[in-house]
Ligand binder design. Structure first.
Ligand code: SF4
Length: 436
């Protein structure tokens, strides 16, 4: 029998989700006494530099719909948990819960909130024998509901149900997912469903994100909900709905190859809407120069001497954000100045394995990992290291200035502001989906 995947238009709460769950029999096996854990995507919050939530975070509205439906089914033991990227004060999972209105769910429905970053980690071994630590609550639950956002990803093209399981790992294990010695990010994703087994995956496509997964992305109102008990089936349908075939996504292929699951959408029963009527291709990446010396935006801005190749899959979430920060800072060094602006010849690297090339006046190494990887590199004339895991914003600013770039302090804040105001005055982008 084919596994079912429900694809429905989001029309209203909670009926659209109720119908989608019923279509794929998503609550079969759910007992009222179950210990339920809902895992939304609260990837990264920042009280000091707020970002627009559209397409970045699971909508609080859909999480509330799910809680309502679980209570209708007689369930009372409901926990919502995630482990946000926490780099500084004001960016914890607890801050995300407050900022996204989860506290009202505690008051109204008596759900519990859990920060996986504070949970004990339990050790498991993946299919290849590598040890990973999973937050205890994830293994204690007997009905895990996975609630990712429909979004693209700058390293793995899509970030959907399988990727959302990474948030159940302890921070040290999240970093190991990017370790090339363990097979790299796509490989790590492909084994996540062995460690963490959701009973149901609900992909929140009320908003979808192009060029995601974070602040560099651009949201659209997509208005779909995709639900399945089969995580790969849900991801295949979701990926197709934003323009990606199963063969485009390496972690889908590796998972299917290893487990014998099908990558062929014909082998899944899509119920509800016709998938072909809901395909909106979204770009996953920014344009980069052909020779990978930096984003195309550098070339367009007349920046030629400063080279910052695209981050690879060894860069973990903290440093991938700093890559965006670096690009904004470098662009700020020429903004408002008459061309051509004389710039030093520098190379900027991050991640865990890139090797500095010869011919630069200085090499800027962003993060502890890349500094270590290039500790003995004979091509480096002058190493400018920004230490940290991930490094601090002001340290990056100071180091780029030390390299001879006249970067603006507020370049990143300005970029975030642009991201924030992009959706203002557009009624389809409503904060009421995020608890406001
Ligand atoms: S320095 Fe950057 S790439 Fe290395 S572990 Fe820390 S965040 Fe990840």
């Amino acid at each position: 029998m084919k596994n079912s995947v429900a694809l429905l238009k989001y029309k209203q709460s909670p009926d659209s989700l109720r119908e989608a769950i019923a279509l794929c029999d998503g609550f079969s096996g759910l007992k009222p006494a179950a210990r339920i854990l809902i895992k939304p995507n609260l990837v990264m919050w920042d009280n000091n530099l707020p970002i627009s939530p559209f397409g970045v975070f699971t909508t609080t509205r859909l999480v509330e719909d799910l809680v309502l439906l679980l209570q209708e089914a007689g369930c009372t033991d409901i926990t919502i948990g995630d482990g946000s990227m926490t780099a500084k004060p004001g960016s914890s999972t607890a801050d995300a819960f407050v900022g996204l209105g989860y506290e009202s769910l505690v008051t109204k429905y008596h759900v519990k909130l859990v920060d996986f970053n504070k949970s004990p980690g339990l050790k498991l071994r993946d299919a290849w024998g590598y040890e990973m630590q999973v937050a205890k609550e994830v293994l204690d639950t007997n009905f895990l509901i996975n609630m990712p956002v429909l979004k693209t990803h700058g390293q793995t093209k899509v970030s959907l149900g399988i990727k959302n399981l990474k948030g159940c790992l302890k921070m040290s294990s999240k970093r190991l997912c990017h370790d090339p010695a363990r097979g790299g990010l796509e490989h790590a994703f492909s084994v996540l469903p062995d460690l963490v087994k959701p009973a149901l995956t609900i992909i929140d496509g009320i908003y979808a994100l192009e060029q995601g997964p974070l602040v560099s992305g651009k949201a659209i109102r997509k208005n779909v909900v995709i639900v399945s008990k089969d995580i790969l089936g849900a991801d295949l349908v979701a990926a197709k709905s934003i323009g990606y075939d199963p063969e485009d996504i390496l972690h889908f292929k590796e998972l299917a190859h290893r487990t014998g699951k099908s990558l062929d959408l014909n082998n899944y029963q899509v119920k509800g809407e016709k998938l072909e009527n809901h395909i909106t291709p979204l770009k996953w990446d920014w344009p980069w120069t052909k020779d990978d010396i930096g984003p195309l935006a550098f070339e367009r801005a007349g920046i030629h001497n400063v080279e910052a190749p695209k981050y690879d899959e060894t860069v973990c979430s903290g440093c991938s954000l700093t890559s965006y920060v670096v690009n904004m800072l470098v662009l700020s060094a020429v903004q408002g100045k008459p061309a051509p602006v004389s710039l030093p010849r520098i190379e900027i690297l991050n991640g865990k394995k890139r090797q500095a090339r010869a011919g630069y006046d200085a090499t800027v190494l962003i993060g502890n990992c890349i500094a270590k990887a290039n500790a003995q590199n004979p091509h480096i004339r002058k190493a400018l290291k920004v230490t940290g895991c991930p490094p601090e914003y002001l340290d990056i600013v100071e180091t780029l200035r030390g390299a001879g770039l006249d970067v603006k302090d507020n370049a990143y804040v300005d970029a975030l502001h642009q991201q924030y105001v992009r959706y203002e005055g557009k009624p389809e982008f409503s904060w009421r989906f995020f608890g406001k």
